[in-house]
Design a protein around this ligand. Structure first.
Ligand code: UD1
Ligand code: CA
Length: 456
C-alpha cells in the first residue's frame, strides 16, 4: 500500500498572512491541493495531511480529498509526522512531503516510491547555486548521504554545500514510525526535525539514498511571498510550455494564465491576459480574446469568447460570447448562440440558436431555442426574500427594455412588446403589452424647449 503524509500544520510566519501558508494559491490552486492531487497521480492510496494553524480552513478547503491529523502545538516536522498515527500499523511505503512545495511532479513522487526497492530511506535532493536557507545534505566520502543539517545549525563549511534537502522523503512505514521514537529536539530551534531520521536509520545499519530531482526547480519550497511569486512563474511557464507543445497557440505566453487542471482540444488560440482556472475544459477551434476569466467552465468547439467571465457554467458549440458577458451558477448555453455586450446570466438554460446581444440580466431562467431577447431585458427574479423562475418558450420574442417579473412563462412564438413590464404568463402565440399609452401634445415640445433654453 502506498501512503503519504503531507506536513501542513505550520502558520508560515514568513508569509505575514492570516491564511495558513499551504492555502496560498499557485496557479490559482492551493499549494496543498497541488501536492495531494499529484501524490494521488503517483499512486498514493491513503494520504494524511497534518494540520494545525488554521486547521478548520485547511480541512474545509481539502474536504473529502484526504484524511487529516491535528498537530497542536507545532513542535517541528518530525513531531508533525508522529501525528499521522493512524498509519502506524500499516506496512506499506510512505512518502513524507512538506506542504509548501507544490511544483513537484507526480513522476518525481513515483520515482521516490520506486527508490525503496534499493534503499530503506530516500531523500529527494536538489543542487542549487544559491542554497539560501535550505537544509544542507552532507555526503560521506563514498557519495552516500551522511546527514542533513538545518541551515540554522550549519557550520560555515556546511553552508558552502549546494546540495539541499527538498523536504520530500520515502520510507518503509514501519521503519518510519520506529525511527520517530528516537527523535530529539537538541538543535537551534528546539524542534523535532524529520531530517534527523537520516542519522537514526543509518545507525541501525539501514541504507539512506539521496535521489536528485530531475528538474531542481520543481522542488522549490515556499516560505514567503517572493518565493510564492517565483513558484507561480515557474509552474505557469511549465503548464504553458506543455500546452504549446500540444498545439495550443498563445499570442503571449507570459501573460496567459492557466491552472494545472485545465484541458484544451486542438486549434485553440489564447490572446494575452486570459485567466483559465479550476477544472475548465475547452474544446476544439476555440479562440479566447483578452480579459477573459474562466473557472470550472466547459466550452464546446468553434466558440469564441471575448472579454467575458464564465464560472461553473457551460457554453456549447458555435457560440459567440462577449464582449462583457458574465455567466455563473450552472448556466448552460446551447449551440449557435450570440450573447454579449454587457449580459449577465445566473443559473440560466439558454436554448439553441437564440440571441441576447445587449445589456441584459437573466437569472433562474429557462430560455427556449430561436428566442430573441432584446436589448435591456431584465428578469425580476428576487423579491428580497425568495428567488423565482422565468420560462421563455421556443420562438418567443422579448422586445427591448422589458421587465419579466417572475414567476412567469412566456409561451411559444409569443411576444412581449418593447418597454413592457410583464407580470404574468403570456399564452402561446399571444402578445403582451404592459406599458403606458403614448399621448402627443401638439407644439408643446418646441414651446417647452424654447422656454427652458431661454432661462440659461
Ligand atoms: C524544511 C526542512 C529543510 C528543507 C526545507 C525544504 C526540516 C527540519 N527542515 O525546512 O531541511 O531544506 O524544508 O523546503 O524539516 N510543518 C508542520 N509542523 C511543524 C513544522 C513544520 O506541519 O511543526 C510543516 C510546515 O507547515 C511546512 C513544512 O512542514 O509545510 C516545512 O516546514 P518549514 O517551516 O517551511 O521548514 P523549512 O524551514 O523550510
Ligand atoms: Ca519551507
Amino acid at each position: 500500500m502506498k501512503n503519504a503524509i503531507v506536513l501542513a500544520a505550520g502558520k508560515g510566519t514568513r508569509m505575514h498572512s492570516d491564511t495558513p501558508k499551504v492555502l496560498h494559491m499557485v496557479c490559482q490552486k492551493p499549494m496543498v491541493a497541488h501536492i495531494v492531487d499529484n501524490l494521488k497521480a503517483a499512486g498514493a492510496e491513503k494520504i494524511v495531511t497534518v494540520v494545525g494553524y488554521g486547521h478548520e480552513m485547511v480541512e474545509l478547503a481539502m474536504e473529502g480529498q484526504c484524511e487529516f491529523a491535528l498537530q497542536e502545538p507545532q513542535l517541528g516536522s518530525g513531531h508533525a509526522v508522529m501525528m499521522a498515527a493512524s498509519l502506524q500499523n500499516d506496512d506499506g511505503l510512505t512518502l513524507v512531503v512538506n506542504g509548501d512545495c507544490p511544483c513537484v511532479r507526480p513522476e518525481t513522487y513515483a520515482m521516490l516510491y520506486d527508490a525503496l526497492g534499493k534503499c530503506d530511506m530516500a531523500v529527494l535532493t536538489a543542487h542549487y547555486d544559491d542554497a539560501d536557507m535550505y537544509g544542507r545534505v552532507v555526503r560521506a566520502c563514498d557519495g552516500t548521504i551522511e546527514k542533513i543539517v538545518e541551515y540554522k545549525d550549519c557550520t560555515e563549511d556546511e553552508k558552502m554545500i549546494h546540495d539541499i534537502n527538498t523536504g520530500i522523503y520515502a520510507f518503509r512505514n514501519q521503519e518510519l514510525f520506529a525511527g520517530l521514537k528516537e527523535l530529539k529536539n537538541d538543535n537551534a530551534q528546539h524542534e523535532y526535525y524529520i531530517t534527523d531520521l537520516v542519522e537514526i536509520l543509518k545507525a541501525q545499519g539501514k541504507i539512506v539514498k539521496a535521489i536528485s530531482a530531475c528538474d531542481p526547480e520543481e522542488a522549490q519550497g515556499i516560505n514567503d511571498c517572493v518565493q510564492l511569486a517565483a513558484a507561480n512563474r515557474y509552474l505557469q511557464n511549465r503548464i504553458n510550455t506543455e500546452w504549446m507543445q500540444k498545439g495550443v497557440t498563445m499570442i503571449n505566453p507570459d501573460s496567459t494564465y492557466i491552472g494545472p487542471d485545465v484541458t484544451f482540444g486542438s486549434d485553440v488560440i489564447l490572446y494575452p491576459n486570459v485567466y483559465i482556472y479550476g477544472k475548465t475544459e475547452i474544446g476544439n477551434h476555440v479562440t479566447v480574446y483578452p480579459q477573459s476569466l474562466m473557472v470550472n467552465a466547459k466550452i464546446g468547439s468553434n466558440t469564441v469568447i471575448n472579454a467575458s467571465e464564465i464560472t461553473d457554467s457551460e457554453v456549447k458549440n458555435d457560440c459567440q460570447i462577449g464582449p462583457y458577458a458574465h455567466f455563473r451558477m450552472n448556466s448552460v448555453i446551447e449551440d449557435k448562440n450570440r450573447i454579449g455586450n454587457f449580459v449577465e446570466f445566473k443559473n440560466v438554460k439558454f436554448g439553441t440558436d437564440s440571441r441576447c446581444a445587449h445589456l441584459t440580466y437573466l437569472g433562474d431562467s429557462d430560455i427556449g431555442s430561436k428566442v430573441n431577447i432584446g436589448c435591456g431585458v431584465i428578469t425580476v427574479n428576487y423579491d428580497g426574500g425568495h428567488k423565482f423562475h422565468t420560462t421563455v418558450k421556443d420562438g418567443a420574442f422579448i422586445g427591448s427594455n422589458c421587465n419579466l417579473i417572475a414567476p412567469l412563462t412566456v409561451g411559444e412564438n409569443s411576444v412581449v412588446a418593447a418597454g413592457s413590464t410583464a407580470t404574468g404568463d403570456v399564452p402561446d402565440g399571444d402578445m403582451a403589452i404592459g406599458r403606458v399609452r403614448q399621448i402627443n401634445k401638439p407644439g408643446y415640445g418646441k414651446e417647452y424647449l424654447d422656454r427652458n433654453r431661454r432661462k440659461k
